[in-house]
Design a protein around this ligand. Structure first.
Ligand SMILES: [Zn+2]
Ligand SMILES: [Zn+2]
Length: 349
C-alpha cells in the first residue's frame, strides 16, 4: 500500500479538503499513473453531495484522468514508462457477462467498478478518483492518450467526450446529417465539436442567444433560440439526430417534433423529475427516443483516436485544486466555458 495525497469530501455535502488515501501496489496487469490533470464533471458534484443517494465516503471525485505512466506490472504490453494514459468512469468490470463481452463494460451485469464512489470488484475496497496524485488501474481499463492531444484539455474527453461520441456513433452520424445539440455546456460543446468532425451540419438549440458566437466557433453552422418557440417551427421535421444534454426540466415533445421521419433523439442529460412524452410524438414519423451512457473501453479508445485525428479537445479553464469548491459553485451556475480541469501539480505542493 502507498499513501498518497488527495482532495475529497469526508461526508455528504462537506466542502472538499485535503486528505490522504491508499493505493494498492501494482499487480502484474496494473499501470501506475502519476496524475497530471483531472476534469471536473457535473456528476462529481451530485455524488460529493450525495444527491443520487447511496454515496460512499470519504469520497475523492474525478473520472476524467490523464497521467503519465511511472510504473508497470510485470505482464504489461500496452504501455511503457513515460507514456501518457487516461482513466475514465470505470476501472474494472467482471469481464465475463454479456455486456462485458460486447464491449459495454459500463453495463456490466455485476456492476462495473466505478472510478470513485464505488468499490473494486471485491466489493469491499473503496475506489478513489482523480483529485489525487496517483492511481493504479488494470491496463485493460486504461486508455492510450494519443500524441498531439493537449493532456489537460484531453482530460474531459474521458467522460464528456465519450458521453457524446457514443450516441453519435450508435445512431450512425454521417456527413450531411443535420444534428441538433440541445444545451451548450460541458457535454453540449463536445457534441458540437464531435458531430461537426463527422461531417454533420450542427444546429445548437439554446435557451438564450448569448452562446451563438461560441456555438459557431465550436463548429455549428446554425443556432436556434428555443424561447418563444419559433425555432421549433423553423426546424420541424428537419433534424436527423438530436443530442439532448440538458439536465434542467424541459419538454421532450417539442424536441421530438424537430425529427425527420425515423429520426432519433438521444438523452444524455438527466433531469431529476420524469418528463411526460406523448405517444404521438413518437408514432408520427416513426421517431425514436433513446438514452446513452458513456461508452465501453474500446469505444473510448476509438473516440480518443478520432479526437487526435481531428484535433479535438475540450475548451477548458485550468484550476489548482485549492479552487475546487469555488469551481463547483461556478459549474452549478453554468459559469464555465466549458470544463474545469484540475492541475494536479497543485496537490503536490
Ligand atoms: Zn462524468
Ligand atoms: Zn461484466
Amino acid at each position: 500500500m502507498q499513501r498518497i495525497r488527495a482532495w475529497g469530501a469526508a461526508a455528504a455535502g462537506k466542502p472538499l479538503a485535503p486528505m490522504t488515501i491508499e493505493r494498492r501496489e501494482p499487480g502484474p496487469h496494473d499501470v501506475v499513473l502519476e496524475i497530471l490533470f483531472c476534469g471536473v464533471c457535473h456528476s462529481d458534484i451530485h455524488q460529493a453531495r450525495d444527491e443520487w443517494s447511496g454515496a460512499l465516503f470519504p469520497m475523492v471525485p474525478g473520472h476524467e484522468i490523464v497521467g503519465r505512466v511511472t510504473r508497470l506490472g510485470g505482464e504489461i504490453s500496452k504501455f511503457k514508462v513515460g507514456d501518457l494514459a487516461g482513466v475514465g468512469c470505470l476501472v474494472d468490470s467482471c469481464r465475463a457477462c454479456a455486456p462485458c463481452a460486447d464491449g459495454l463494460e459500463q453495463f456490466c451485469a455485476k456492476g462495473p467498478a466505478l472510478t470513485y464512489n464505488g468499490t473494486e470488484m471485491d466489493r469491499k475496497t473503496l475506489t478513489y478518483g482523480g483529485y489525487s496524485t496517483e492511481i493504479v488501474v488494470d491496463e485493460r481499463y486504461t486508455l492510450r492518450i494519443p500524441a498531439g492531444l493537449d493532456p489537460a484539455a484531453a482530460a474531459p474527453l474521458l467522460c464528456a467526450g465519450i458521453t457524446t461520441y457514443s450516441p453519435l456513433r450508435q445512431w450512425g452520424c454521417k456527413p450531411g446529417d443535420r444534428v441538433g445539440v440541445v444545451g451548450l455546456g460541458g457535454l453540449g460543446h463536445m457534441a458540437v465539436k464531435l458531430a461537426a468532425s463527422m461531417g454533420a451540419k450542427v444546429t445548437v438549440l439554446s435557451t438564450s442567444g448569448g452562446k451563438e458566437a461560441d456555438a459557431r466557433r465550436l463548429g455549428a453552422s446554425d443556432f436556434a433560440v428555443t424561447k418563444g418557440g419559433a425555432a421549433f417551427d423553423r426546424l420541424a421535421g428537419k433534424v436527423d439526430l438530436v443530442i439532448d444534454t440538458v439536465s434542467a426540466p424541459h419538454d421532450y415533445n417539442a424536441y421530438l417534433g424537430l425529427l425527420r421521419t425515423r429520426g432519433a433523439m438521444v438523452v444524455v442529460g438527466a433531469p431529476t423529475a420524469p418528463t411526460p412524452v406523448h405517444a404521438f410524438s413518437l408514432i408520427l414519423g416513426n421517431r425514436r427516443l433513446a438514452g446513452s451512457m458513456i461508452g465501453g473501453i474500446a469505444e473510448t479508445q476509438e473516440m480518443l483516436d478520432h479526437c487526435a485525428k481531428h484535433g479535438i479537445v475540450s475548451d477548458i479553464e485550468l484550476i489548482p485544486i485549492q479552487k475546487i469548491n469555488e469551481a463547483y459553485e461556478r459549474v452549478l451556475k453554468s459559469d464555465v466555458r466549458y470544463r474545469f480541469v484540475v492541475d494536479v501539480a497543485s496537490l503536490r505542493g
